[in-house]
Ligand binder design. Structure first.
Ligand SMILES: *Cc1c(COP(=O)(O)O)cnc(C)c1O
Length: 383
């Protein structure tokens, strides 16, 4: 049987492993070859086969793009050199004078890009509470940016509810799906227009590649994003594409374990006397718990907490763990710990989105749950 599989009818794991790839027609290789060619032969002037020049497109990138698109339930997918490059391409869909609404809690780099790169180019950028989006909308609002769960407070935004308000006046809804991954939630199926990713995180999954991705079902938006990808040229190299796709093959099994390990850590944190608050959507007392139950398959591998001892206790804990490594980034096999106000979110310091100084953020990895729980506990016990 040489008919291509109809992947859309198949399960998530099957799509993750077979999407965009298949035994190579020439060699039979079961993996997508890393095709390093920067240019491709034309049969006559202007008559090329699938590819002409590797910034515009190349076979390894095309394989990743098809793979990740099918996981997001998208018709169109575009790989970028980083999550920020993907976000930049999406924000450039707007024009000077357009109003962009961002959540008040978000990845620091998103805030920096919007306020320090795109606002000077003429965009009106505003942050606010998307639970009250109606109050933020203006006649010139053209895009509403969602991150859910948010970074680092792990707030949950109701994607359907935002879509309903934004679409009343034709504003685009973009979801940064980096924390959730398509395994936990598929925003296009909830009405969002565009999904963006930092593939550096869970999709790559091994802290060994930086990349970004944009997915959409809207052909007109796809044309414009494809144009920007080629015209501005922030594309990933073939080896990076290979690494992301290699990560995606094990996404579902990794996410399952990230989520269950995170639950074990949360269970210990809520009982520990040194901890003031635990932020995780699995907790019934969490503001977004009900929305998360509806919109996500599980609650994710990111956990944040604050300490009774304030900032100095937070900095101490970050220094005392032995398995959790003190580092930025998230979503990989190894567990990481950080203090967002001094590290990932320093660019928000003087803004209304500033992060509490005593917040500690964990990216719970795939080590033994018992070892992870014991590691955080000993760091807290010694405060
Ligand atoms: C890391 C991250 C980004 C930026 O991605 P890079 O690959 O580092 O450029 C964007 N959004 C979220 C939620 C992230 O965690």
């Amino acid at each position: 049987m040489d008919d291509p599989l109809d992947l859309t009818a198949l399960g998530f794991e099957t799509r993750a492993i077979h999407g965009g790839t298949g035994p190579d027609g020439v060699s039979g290789a079961v993996n997508t070859p890393i095709n390093v060619s920067s240019t491709f032969k034309q049969d006559a002037v202007g008559e090329y086969r699938a590819f002409d020049y590797a910034r515009t497109g190349n076979p390894t990138r095309a394989s990743l793009e098809a793979n990740l698109a099918v996981l997001e339930g998208a018709t169109f997918g575009f790989a970028f050199a980083s999550g920020m490059a993907a976000e930049d391409a999406v924000m450039r869909l707007l024009h000077p004078g357009d109003h962009l609404i961002l959540p008040s809690d978000m990845y620091g780099g998103t805030f920096r890009l919007a306020t320090q790169v795109l606002a000077p180019a003429g965009l009106e950028v505003e942050t606010g509470d998307l639970d009250h989006l109606g109050d933020l909308m203006r006649p010139n609002t053209r895009m509403v940016w969602i991150e859910t769960p948010t970074n680092p407070r792990l707030r949950i935004i109701d994607i359907r509810a935002v879509v309903e308000v934004a679409h009343r006046q034709g504003a685009l809804v973009v979801v940064d799906n980096t924390f959730a991954t398509p395994w936990l939630q598929q925003p296009l199926s909830l009405g969002a227009d565009i999904v963006v990713h930092s593939t550096t995180k869970y999709l790559g999954g091994h802290s060994d590649v930086v990349g970004g991705f944009v997915a959409t079902n809207n052909p007109e938006l796809a044309d414009r994003i494809g144009f920007l990808q080629n015209a501005a040229g922030a594309v990933p190299g073939p080896f990076d594409c290979f690494l992301v796709q290699r990560g995606i093959k094990t996404l579902s099994i990794r996410m399952e374990r990230h989520c269950s390990n995170a639950l074990a850590v949360v269970e210990m944190l809520v009982e520990h006397p040194a901890v003031a608050t635990v932020l995780h959507p699995s907790l019934p007392g969490h503001d977004g718990h009900e929305t998360a139950r509806r919109q996500m398959r599980a609650y994710g591998g990111m956990v944040s907490f604050t300490l009774g001892g304030g900032e100095s206790a937070a900095l101490d804990v970050c220094q005392r763990t032995r398995i959790f490594t003190l580092a930025e980034s998230l979503g990989a096999v190894e567990s990481l710990i950080e203090n967002p106000s001094r590290m990932t979110h320093a660019s928000l310091a003087s803004s209304t989105s500033a992060v509490p100084a005593d917040l500690v953020r964990l990216s719970v990895g795939l080590e033994s749950a018992d070892d992870l729980v014991a590691d955080i506990r000993q760091a807290l016990d010694s405060l």
